[in-house]
Structures are given as structure tokens and as C-alpha cells.
Write a protein that binds this ligand. Sequence first.
Ligand SMILES: Cc1ncc(COP(=O)(O)O)c(C=O)c1O
Length: 462
Amino acid sequence: MTYNVNEFDSQEVVAQDRKHVWHHLTQHKPFEEKDPMVIVKGLGMRVWDAKGNEYLDAVSGAVWTVNVGYGRTEIADAVRDQLVTLNYFAQTAGNVPAAQFAEKLISKMPGMSRVYYSNSGSEANEKAFKIVRQIAAKKYGGKKHKILFRERDYHGTTITALSATGQFERKNQYGPFTPGFVEVPHCCEYRSQWGDVDDYGIRAANEIERVILEEGADTVGALCLEPITAGGGVIEPPQGYWDRVQEICKKYDILLHIDEVVCGLGRTGKWFGYQHYGVKPDMVTMAKGVASGYAAISCTVTTEEVFDAFKEDDDARMGYFRDISTFGGCTAGPAAALVNMQIIENENLLENVTQQGEYLLGCLNGLMAKYDVIGDVRGKGLFVGFELVKDRVTKEPMDESLAIAIGAHCMQNGVIIGRTNRSFKEFNNTICLSPALIATKVELDIIVKALDEALADLAPNS
Ligand SMILES: Cc1ncc(COP(=O)(O)O)c(C=O)c1O
């Protein structure tokens, strides 16, 4: 059988999928009665399924990935040219797109210096964790090996990335977990642990110091945070948080690892989420939007100081970073990533994200004025969400069945939206939007209309 992208029988493909493919994050029992969705084409912000239905994709490939939109022939052409010239060689050696992309990426990340390639967000985070562990071994006799992560953040699917994840239902049934990962409290002001206070950001950051002191500062090597919590409910850290976090990391000689897997490459209106807050990280990980899903690529980016910790003479046999990712040597990733960045620059997409993001946030605030079920609207750039509550005063979260029903209603009307997906015991109540960075007012209006209609049908004010 040869593969021709335009030659397939839709019914046969759906039957093949139904019989043999195990979909991600999906209960398959319903497929005994109905067909699974099979996506066959994408263009701009739209996708089509095998049955010919057209959808406006408000979540960039369901999981905030296709930042520059579907159907970018310039990326496909670059990848094809690269593949027929050199598809692969292990990253033990360099290659042309990897070198060129590293330079371009670093030019957007002042203070950062080195790029380590792998394939997925989880893997990029695993590399960062291994870097912390090896620095602990080399400099601190193994003692400073603990890695702090935050309640509600997600860092990936592997057992260790899950060990660093603050989401109960995501982790449930997958333990036991990797030792040495310690949770710090969340920083969602709407869900304040101290009621209504003026200095919420400082208090939330001080909780990190409390945990460090409880664990022993000499045992803590790194703090791993999302710049804005994504799958955990679109949580932007409040005023004062980041300055205090950085002070704490400096004080206790703790590396700051920022997970930009979602926010990276323009999603929030800057190249990276941390750049909104004057953060100076030691390590930054990224994946999803790096090549907008045109090829698999992730990066663990470090400062020269972190990199230098691994430079030693040859006789130090265990001295260097003894890690490899086979597919980190695929050239399609950096080739696609280079063109992806060029598109973001040439089409002024960072400016577009800022402008359209403000518009979208305004529209969602408009929905909140209309529907009591929306308790809080939050986000930055084209990365926004809102919480569904039973009561605005008590803030009791809605059951996730309402978020699921809103998603299904929008889908029925041709718009794909996102939601917190069985991550928490009680907070699976956030609707998320992360349209491609190319979104215009026209598409955003369609998305908001679909939400408006779903809320009118499913959660009208009593
Ligand atoms: C913040 C964050 N980090 C890491 C990951 C894991 O990335 P991947 O699924 O590519 O392994 C995700 C995935 O959603 C994520 O949202």
C-alpha cells in the first residue's frame, strides 16, 4: 500500500480508526454505538472531519499547538526539502536547521544560551529534571536534588513529568511516582486560600518559601512553574508573585525552570509567557507551538551558567550530560520551527495576539455580564478561559458535566472549544480558548456566538 493523502475512502478510514486506534484522553465504550471523529483536513483556523463537517478550531488542534494555523505550505515545503537533503542524524552531531533555529530562538530569549532538542513537552521537562539531578550530584553530593512544582500545574505525561504535576485526577491510578518532587500551593487568586487579601501574590509566593524551609533549602534544587497555568485552569500569577518567587530562588540557590510548553512562541502576545513578568529563568522548556505541530520538536533551553556546570575535562567520565533523545536528531522539527518563527515575525502575530486577545477577553467579560454561571474570566493574549460556578458568592464549582455539555453544544454548531479535562476532583469547570495566533475579529465573534448560544441553552439565568 502506498500513501496518497488525497486517496482514501472516508467510511473505510473511520472503520479502521474505530477498530484499531486508541485515542488519547478518551473513553472508547461510546464508539461501540457511534463513530469516533476523524479529522481529515485543516486550513487556516478550520478543520474538516471524515464526514465532511467543517469546524472552527478555537483551541489550535485541541491542545493549543497549531499556533500559525493549518495548511502552511511554506512550512511543509521547508520540511520536505530538508527531509530529502538530510532527514536525520543523532544530535551527537549538529545539523543545519538545528544550528540555525537555535540561534534564532536564543535571539528572542535574552539571558538564555543553549538549546537541547527532544520531541515532546514531557521529554523537554524530563531533560530539565535530569539536569537538576546531575547538578545536585556534581556540586552538592546529591543532596540538592528535590524539585518543587505547583498545585494545578501540568508538566507532562511520563511518570516523572506526572510526579511534577499538581493535578489529582491526572495522576490518579498512575502511581507510585518518582521520589523527590514536592508540591507548593497554587496561586489562583479567585480560589484564594486566605480569603480576600490585598497581597495575594506575595502570600502565594511566600508559600513556596515555607515549603523550601520545611524540606530544607539544601535539599531543593529547582522550582518548576508554568508562566500561566494552562490545563490547570488558565491561571495568571497575581501581582507581586514573580518578583517574590525570583527573590526566593536566589536566596536559596534554587534553579528556576519555566515550562513554556503552552505559552511559548507567541500564545500570550510575547515570544514567551515569562517575558511579561521580568522573569530571568535558568531553564525554559517548550514544545507544542515551537513548530505549530508541523513536526515534533521540543527544546530545553538553559543559561550558559547551567550549561557550564557540565563542562569538564575528558577524564571526568561522568561529567557531561549523558542524555540522548533519538528523535531529537530529526531535522524536520527545527526546519519547521524556523519557518514557524519567520511567519510569526512576518505577519506581526505577536501584535495580533495582543490586540485580538484583548478583544476576546472583552467578549468573555460580556458573557459574564450576561450569565451568572460564569464566575471568573481570565487569561492573556489568545489564551483565555472562564470558570463555571453554581453560585457567584460561594464560588462553588459547577460539575464538569456542564463544561462537557457546553463543549458538545459548540461542536454541534461547528466550533471546537476546550475545557479542563478530568484533571481535578472538583475544578474541572474551566472552559478554555486558545485560537491560532492568526485569529481575526471575525473568527472570534463566531467562537463567542457559539458559547453564547450554548450558555443560553444550557445555563440560562434563573
Ligand atoms: C504546560 C505543559 N507542559 C508539558 C506538557 C506536556 O507536553 P507533551 O504532551 O508534548 O508531552 C503539556 C501538555 O499539555 C503542558 O500543557
